[in-house]
Write a protein that binds this ligand. Structure first.
Ligand code: CTP
Length: 419
């Protein structure tokens, strides 16, 4: 419920307000003012037909941001990707029957509908149409599809319609729309009762007391998942290689340095966990005979390092698991999907997060990442470039859905000979 106090309820929230071509488009102006009054930052996206009812200038002046109508309007910025990536919620009010149909079918023939294909945040659709349209079987079907997918559809109200008839088709009251937005933004606690074991960061494999072999991992992805899982109600243990990141609130952190230490720390906690998410960039090789004294450079110019392979921690955990859901990462520079699928199978995983570490602005050390989620049933979701925290939530959404389907299926084991 919305409180009657004057405390704004949407401070710091970014909302995309989609307006489509219905006579109720004028009511979106009042809705925009309410969202702004509640403290939200609002970007308005209009369809071409919406601009026949209200001018973009009205929304532009009130929102303080340019109104987007066209997917091709800017060469600099891909609005269908950037707007939903930053949004905490998308509200489409009014949503026409056409808009509902396009969203349900996954059609993307304008900026608003294309945006919905990339959005990961909650979507609230507030239909407005003639009563006869609202009860048409195809509209009923599309609303059913959208609701099954998690879209919040706020039922229209009964009353006099633009046609002069009385029916169910009037845009829902503003108070109801606002309540739906607040409910969608309330912190999810869907991981409550789950115990999540996460690995993060690089490992360091000593050559001698002052030198080591390591990699470019910053640990940001694993820390973001730990933070998100904790916020969603899970108990979280984060086993981390050396990083400079602050400890996420409410998360138990176990610091390790080498692959061997990480293996031990994770193995010891496997039985406790219900889900394992392995984001760590574990060194695949370590010096076979680390020197106990600093190796002096004099006379050593031709010395070669003897390396031995480390244990594949994920495959090892997977082989020992009982009911845990196993999630791995695949950091690739080429043949992303094929390599990720091979790792999914070889390591006996339920889900793999494939990321191409060569993509500009994504991957090691960055705050953003781009990934493809592949599950063992072959389900594949391509996600756009997004902040690591948003990707963390997308991974947890997928893993959460798998946890539920797992209850009825058998956990896989790594294939023999898999790494
Ligand atoms: N992993 C692991 N132990 C290792 C190496 C990797 O647990 N010794 C885990 C990683 O944390 C990741 C997954 O396995 O979740 C895949 O890691 P990646 O580095 O992409 O692949 P590798 O298995 O090391 O194979 P390659 O280096 O040949 O790509």
């Amino acid at each position: 419920m919305i409180s009657d106090s004057s405390e704004p309820t949407l401070i710091g929230k970014q909302i995309v307000l989609g307006v489509t071509g219905s006579i109720a488009a004028y009511k979106a102006v009042a809705l925009l003012r309410t969202l702004l009054r509640e403290g939200a930052v609002v970007h308005v996206v209009m369809t071409q037909s919406a601009t026949k009812f209200v001018t973009p200038l009205t929304f532009e002046v009130l929102s303080g941001h340019p109104v987007s109508t066209d997917v091709f309007e800017s060469h600099q910025e891909m609005k269908h990707l950037s707007l939903p990536a930053q949004a905490d919620a998308i509200v489409i009010a009014p949503a026409t029957a056409n808009c509902l149909a396009k969203a349900a079918l996954g059609l993307g023939d304008d900026l608003l509908s294309t945006m919905l294909l990339t959005a990961q945040c909650p979507l609230i659709m507030v239909p407005a149409m003639d009563g006869g349209m609202w009860i048409h079987p195809s509209v009923r079907e599309h609303v059913g599809t959208l609701r099954a997918r998690g879209t919040i559809v706020v039922d229209p109200e009964i009353g006099p319609l633009a046609s002069g008839q009385i029916g169910q088709g009037r845009l829902a009251e503003e108070r109801k729309i606002l309540e739906s937005v607040l409910a969608a933004l309330a912190p999810q606690r869907d991981w409550q009762g789950q115990r999540v074991l996460i690995s993060a960061g690089p490992t360091q494999e000593p050559i001698d007391p002052v030198r080591f072999i390591s990699n470019r991992s910053s640990g940001k992805m694993g820390y973001a998942i730990a933070e998100a899982a904790q916020a969603r109600g899970a108990q979280v243990v984060l086993v981390t290689g050396p990083t400079t990141l602050p400890t996420p609130r409410g998360v138990e952190v176990v610091s390790v340095v080498t692959a061997e230490e990480m293996l031990k720390a994770l193995t010891a906690r496997l039985a406790w966990s219900t889900t394992v998410i392995m984001t760590a960039a574990v060194a695949d090789f370590r010096p076979a005979h680390p020197a106990s004294q600093k190796i002096k450079k004099q006379g050593r110019i031709t010395q070669t390092l003897d390396l031995e392979q480390t244990t594949d921690i994920l495959a090892s955990l997977s082989a020992q698991r009982t009911t845990q859901l196993m999630v791995g990462f695949a950091a690739e520079t080429n043949d992303l999907i094929a390599h990720a699928k091979d790792k999914l199978k070889a390591k006996g995983l339920d889900l793999i997060v494939a990321n191409d570490v060569t993509i500009e602005g994504a991957g090691f050390g960055r705050d953003q990442n781009v990934a493809v989620l592949i599950d063992r049933q072959g389900g594949m979701t391509e996600l756009p470039l997004m902040p690591k925290r948003a990707l963390a939530d997308a991974i947890l959404n997928r893993a959460h859905a798998l946890l539920h389907t797992r209850q009825t299926t058998q956990a896989p084991k790594p294939v023999a000979g898999g790494r």
